[in-house]
Ligand binder design. Structure first.
Ligand code: 0X9
Ligand code: ZN
Length: 305
């Protein structure tokens, strides 16, 4: 199997980030977006294939939930595909000609590390609370979107602990700060999770419909259709609250409310057979189908603007 068909330790991923930038000096830059609770760097890669002015951008983050290993694998896959198939594949070429891409491979490095060393099923970050011995905040409940209402918990011992206040965690704050300062260029926000095979869009924090719900629904539907057609796999799609569950404080809803009107959360393979423990032999299938969904949605966003 190739490098991209395996799971990698945090150290390997840091090494890969550096190496990828070093080997592609004209197109790839490393951006330090912030640091984690345990002071690990949060590196994003910026892919930029030309110097057009007023270029728009998309953002992809992976690994917000520690145990969802196929998610960081997708971010690596996507970068590798972009670098390998620019000027070969029409769709990715058109996307990269019109958009810069920011890719954050591991949003939650402390949690990811912990799943490699101590507890494979860890979800949250590793921040310590003053009031209990329970550790970690669910970073996807820590953003300022109906923060800690139904679908999140004030109890630090739960898997959906929302933290002390919105953006209390350095990881969520770093992403929020970056997007706030790039909101004039970033038009598409993507957050990659697993598992359950879904393409979700706002809102998850309320049952209300997003203002461009029809638009988002059509994009997700087209992406799901392509996955079915090319890979014979089924993805459900829809607004988060009605498709999976009410869950406030998520990055997708927050980014949407910031003004990034195309905002999606992908739940990659599988539908529960292996769950978070998706075997490495399934990485290529999972990533290829997610890639076709990303391309479909990004092409639509490019067309609209
Ligand atoms: O609950 C979540 O954070 C995501 N599912 S997961 O099983 N990967 O934990 C779904 C996130 C959907 N979006 C929001 N809740 N905002
Ligand atoms: Zn998740």
């Amino acid at each position: 199997s190739t490098f991209y068909e395996r799971y990698h330790s945090l150290e390997d991923i840091y090494y890969w980030i550096n190496r990828t930038a070093h080997d592609n000096p004209n197109t790839v830059k490393v951006i330090l977006v912030g640091s984690s609770y345990e002071k690990r760097p949060l590196y994003a890669l910026k892919l930029s294939f030309n110097n057009r002015t007023n270029k728009k951008a998309m953002w992809i983050d992976c690994g917000i939930h520690a145990r969802e290993w196929v998610s960081p694998a997708f971010c690596l896959w996507f970068v590798h595909y972009s670098l390998s198939f620019y000027n070969i594949n029409q769709d990715i070429t058109h996307i990269l000609d019109n958009m810069d891409v920011y890719v954050l491979p591991v949003l939650n490095p402390d949690g990811y590390k912990y799943t490699w060393t101590t507890n494979r099923m860890w979800r949250k970050n590793r921040s310590i609370s003053k009031t209990t011995s329970c550790i970690g905040v669910d970073l996807n409940r820590n953003f300022d979107a109906n923060w800690c209402t139904e679908g999140a918990s004030h109890n630090p011992c739960t898997e959906i602990y929302c933290g002390m206040f919105p953006e209390s965690e350095p990881e969520s704050q770093a992403v929020a700060n970056f997007l706030r300062s790039h909101k004039d260029t970033v038009q598409l926000y993507l957050s990659i999770h697993s598992y359950s095979q879904m393409l979700l869009f706002p809102y998850s924090c309320t049952l209300e419909e997003a203002e461009n719900h029809r638009d988002l629904l059509e994009m997700a539907q087209e992406a799901a259709q392509k996955i079915r057609r090319y890979y014979r796999n089924t993805y459900r799609y829809g607004a988060g609250a009605k498709t999976i569950y009410l869950a406030p404080g998520g990055s997708d809803d927050w980014a949407y409310n910031l003004g990034i009107k195309y905002s999606f959360t992908f739940e990659l393979q599988d539908r529960g057979r292996y769950g978070f423990l998706l075997p490495p032999s399934h990485i290529s299938g999972a990533c290829n189908e997610a890639l076709i969904a990303v391309k479909t949605i990004a092409l639509r966003v490019v067309e609209k603007t």
